[in-house]
Write a protein that binds this ligand. Sequence first.
Ligand code: HPA
Length: 272
Amino acid sequence: MIEQINEAVDFIRRKTSFLPRTGIILGTGLGQLINKVKIEAQIPYADIPQFPVSTVESHSGHLIFGWLSDKPVVVMQGRFHYYEGYNMKQVTFPVRVLKKLGILRLFISNAAGALNPDHRLGDLMVLNDHINLFPENPLWGQNLDEFGPRFPDMFEPYDRQLLKQTLYVADTLNIKVHQGVYAGVPGPNLETPAEYRYLRTIGADAVGMSTIPENIVARHMNLPVMAISVLTDLCMPGYLEPVSIEKVLAAAAGAEPKLTSIITELTAQLND
Ligand code: HPA
């Protein structure tokens, strides 16, 4: 595993010497942030040795290095989902690579279903915690001691300072942002009405099929994480209706400018 990571890092280093300080993973239907990035280098996932290749059409699959708000970032345009058939080590492989490339923090976006009755379609929710319902853990097996401990602490899965700063930025931009708990499920099917009720009962405010694996691996490496969900469908009793990927993408597109503004401004406020 370490050798695979090093191979990918070495390849990327031969393509660019750009030193990113913030890693950004863009979720389903949330690729527009890239238009704000002054691009220095762009590498297709397919070219990077050991990198999985994205299979979802709504993800174009590039690692993009450049300047966002004059800060050095690396953006994952497209992520790897467990439901695509990758194992969790593959899903989270890029996060290990980004850390080795020098990032000091990780921002994650995703599309999620809303479970909290106070939330509305197209609202944003910053994650303050999560509930991991994936059947496989990216840290299973031999521990990579050079990256982190065998039993990583999850007291603060989402960085409090970044969370506070995100809420502050949203406020100054006049954008409503909730905070709440994200439940991560394997997918790819959406949930049944009883499952949505169950997820609400166990304390989730939103549900999605990503983010938690990347978060766990980032936290294993003590990387601070900020994650934000775009709420693309309403999953509360009385609001349920059939969900399609088209509806999810349409809702994501509608809310995307808000997300882009927040991440752009949050990045502007970083010190490195
Ligand atoms: N459930 C799971 N994942 C999702 C949903 C949902 O309702 N909406 C967007 N991603």
